[in-house]
Design a binder for this molecule. Structure first.
Ligand code: ACO
Length: 326
């Protein structure tokens, strides 16, 4: 019997309509006595704008838009899908899962559906889980989605975090294949660092207990991210017996241009091989990698046969890499 692999056959994005530029955000914050500027945000992060969802838009709505676009790109319909895995830390509800809500909207009724909670590594975790389920032969066609509404958990009075994040969703269709698409992957976590990036609030006895906003030790996260991304990239490439020089594209979690460039430098990769969308999308947590991937595929940067490394890193602390032959 020939071996089973999984392959990405389509990608899609779901972005809210409203774009908020750094200047607009700086004006809004300035009206409340909070000082920031386009210059500071661009110099420290590379972010120029972010998408912010209107009230009433949900994570499942953005995820469904991305899923529909990915299905169309793959030439598939919802009824072809037998598995939905969603990476999100901003689900619509505590339960049911956002994957079930998206499944209902798509009308892919009956297929397996569950969420993965690994914050900014959520898509890489979800993709690895779906790949494993496809390789067992239990599932044949999956939708893997990263969808987030981080604007809803930001403290808009905290300039050290509120300028960094945006809303959005990205999706891929992952199908069983006799040829490898996903070549290697690695998932890691370090729960001793849970406090460096967290939203600690929880619901208990009918109330929110604890801090309901995202909190972050920016410098600690920066150092951890740069260190783990480089090592994870090298270890994942080694699994596939590839050299960094054979990598065509690096698609890292879009948190900060300085983290992206530092990772590329560590791999000896020229910056031209880095997919960058953080300037337009800001940090969309689990949505950032599939949004960046879709952008690079649709713009013609990534083409068939190329080696692409997807990387997530974020709260948990979690991180991971997936190496793909496109
Ligand atoms: N506008 C203007 N000034 C600001 C702002 C702002 N929005 N935010 C902070 N400052 C000030 C600080 O108060 C500080 O002022 P001080 O020197 O008077 O105390 C000064 O700017 C420098 O602050 P630092 O925190 O030292 O700035 P740094 O260069 O570390 O940049 C940043 C901060 C952008 C958060 C950086 O640490 C970073 O990118 N960390 C990675 C975190 C990240 O990307 N997290 C995303 C989620 S995690 C993930 O996805 C991996």
């Amino acid at each position: 019997m020939s071996r089973l692999y999984s392959k990405i056959t389509g990608t899609g994005s779901g972005l809210p309509q409203r774009i908020v530029s750094n200047d607009e955000l700086a004006r809004e914050l300035g009206n409340r006595g909070i000082e920031t500027s386009d210059e500071w945000i661009v110099a420290r992060t590379g972010i120029r704008q972010r998408y912010v969802a209107e009230p009433g838009i949900t994570t499942a709505e953005l995820g469904t838009r991305a899923a529909r676009a990915a299905l169309e790109a793959a030439g598939r319909v919802a009824g072809d899908i037998d598995l939905i895995v969603v990476g999100t830390s901003t689900p619509d509800q505590i339960f049911p899962s956002t994957a079930c809500l998206i499944q209902g909207r798509l009308g892919a009724l009956g297929c397996a559906a569950f969420d993965v909670q690994a914050v900014c590594s959520g898509f890489v975790y979800a993709l690895t889980a779906a790949d494993a389920l496809i390789r067992t032969g239990a599932h044949r066609r999956a939708l893997v989605i990263g969808a987030e509404l981080f604007s809803r958990i930001l403290d808009w009075n905290d300039r050290t975090t509120c300028v960094l994040f945006g809303d959005g969703a990205g999706a891929v269709v992952l199908e069983a294949s006799s040829e490898p698409g996903l070549l290697a992957s690695q998932l890691k976590a370090d729960g001793s660092q849970a406090g460096v990036l967290c939203t600690a609030g929880r619901i208990a006895e009918g109330r929110v207990e604890g801090d309901p906003f995202l909190r972050m030790d920016g410098q600690a996260v920066f150092k951890l991210a740069v260190s783990v991304l480089g090592t994870s990239a090298l270890e994942t490439l080694r699994q596939a017996k590839l050299d960094p020089a054979q990598l065509d594209w690096l698609v890292p979690h879009q948190a900060n241009i300085r983290i992206l460039k530092a990772t590329a430098r560590r791999l000896g990769l020229p910056e031209e091989r880095l997919v960058v969308t953080v300037d337009r999308h800001a940090n969309t947590s689990a949505a950032s990698v599939p949004l960046a991937l879709d952008d690079a595929v649709r713009s013609g940067q990534i083409t068939r046969g190329q080696h692409v490394l997807l990387q997530g890193v974020g709260g948990g602390f979690t991180w991971g890499s997936v190496l793909v032959r496109w």
